[in-house]
Design a protein around this ligand. Structure first.
Ligand code: THU
Length: 151
């Protein structure tokens, strides 16, 4: 599948194999089909790969009380963590845009960062092209669990 590689992030992170990338890309696209987004009409899907090879997917789930809506990335994280998984290799995110990559919001970046800075996030466009970023790149100088251990 066609994709762009942003060299710096490739150098810093070995990433996952091409088959696993394809698996994650397909899983986030499928998850997007279940998005419950009657208000924004902006479906998002996410797929999360654990270090032991399991895939947890999620979609955005909106609510008539707007602030209670949850993003796809956090849905996937909640599903994985609530089933005992806290070590992740990668996440892929999908939206319907042909022009721009699906990017995690700031709140999701912080939630993902809780589980490490050195894992990979694949940001995709509707045509399946993607770029790969580490969490460190998406959320530089981040605050995390380690910061609570320094005093
Ligand atoms: N959304 C996500 O699911 N993930 C993001 O990182 C960006 C935004 C959802 C939230 C809301 O349901 C809709 O997209 C429009 O903001």
């Amino acid at each position: 599948m066609a994709h762009e590689r942003h060299g710096a992030s490739r150098l810093r992170s070995p990433g996952i194999g091409p088959e696993q990338v394809e698996l994650l890309l397909a899983a986030c696209r499928e998850a997007k089909e279940f998005a419950y987004c009657p208000y924004s009409k902006y479906p998002v899907g996410a797929a999360l790969l654990t270090t032991d090879g399991k895939v947890y997917s999620g979609c955005n789930v909106e609510n008539a009380c707007y602030p209670l809506g949850v993003c796809a990335e956090r849905t996937a994280i909640q599903k994985a963590v609530s089933e005992g998984h806290t070590k992740f290799r990668a996440m892929a995110i999908s939206c319907n845009s042909r022009e721009s990559y699906a990017v995690p919001c700031g709140a999701c970046r912080q939630v993902l960062r809780e589980f490490g800075k050195h894992w990979d996030i694949y940001l995709t466009k509707a045509d399946g092209t993607y770029i790969q970023k580490t969490l460190e790149e998406l959320l530089p100088l981040s605050f995390g669990p380690e910061d609570l251990k320094t005093f």
